[in-house]
Design a protein around this ligand. Structure first.
Ligand code: HQG
Length: 191
């Protein structure tokens, strides 16, 4: 089983386009696991997929993207579907981190962090996680530190995504600062 391809396809189904898989998400993003499996079986690539394949992919993944509970499955973060997924408000740690492109910095320091095409802004619980997120789009990304606890005590709600991913609706620029490297880059070289 190609875990990466399966994870991407399920992300697409549960975050962005459930209707293409005849799925309906409830308020917390849950969908029927059986219906997801039936929809995946119609595709060429996952014609013989089983619940065990999906569970195995989840268990082997270095990032907790999905959750299975009984007969249901959901994506823990990343949604772009029209109806906003309800997340639990939680008190964040003192600092959270956000990895982004250097090009986005000017705009981020003007407007704060915005969700862009997703429902929530995504934040990492450690610097390493933020570096990995930033490296998806920039070989030498910028890493921001968010004064999350202070923001939550003043005017920002934070929500739990996964263990290492936190969510917010908007993070004003006054709670952000860029942290200097060096950070470990893609091929082992620091940036
Ligand atoms: C940027 C993946 C200009 C923001 C990742 C980011 C993560 C602004 C981009 C998760 C801005 C949105 C989410 C502003 C924010 N001006 N640019 N005011 N405010 N941005 O992909 O955080 O592997 O929607 O910095 O690893 O990159 O799929 O969010 O660059 O955990 O599970 O707008 O998705 O997880 O990009 O990534 P995204 P993200 P998975």
């Amino acid at each position: 089983m190609d875990d990466d391809k399966l994870s991407r396809e399920i992300s697409y189904a549960l975050r962005h386009a459930p209707w293409k898989y005849s799925l309906e998400l409830d308020e917390e993003g849950w969908a029927s696991l059986e219906d997801l499996i039936l929809a995946l079986r119609i595709t060429k690539r996952f014609g013989f997929i089983t619940r065990e394949d999906i569970q195995g992919m989840l268990d082997r993944s270095d990032k907790k993207r999905f959750e299975i509970k009984g007969k249901q499955i959901r994506a823990l973060y990343g949604h772009s579907v029209h109806k906003k997924i309800r997340k639990e408000i939680a008190t964040p740690p003192e600092f959270l981190y956000h990895g982004t492109t250097k090009d986005a910095l000017a705009s981020i320091f003007a407007e704060g962090l915005l969700p862009e095409s997703r429902q929530y802004v995504h934040l990492s619980s450690d610097i390493e996680g933020a570096v990995a997120v930033g490296l998806r789009r920039d070989e030498t990304p910028a890493v921001l530190r968010v004064r999350a606890r202070e923001a939550s005590e003043k005017d920002v709600y934070f929500y739990r995504g996964s263990e290492k991913t936190w969510l917010a609706n908007h993070v004003p620029a006054r709670y952000l600062e860029e942290i200097p490297g060096p950070f470990p880059g893609k091929n082992g070289e620091n940036f």
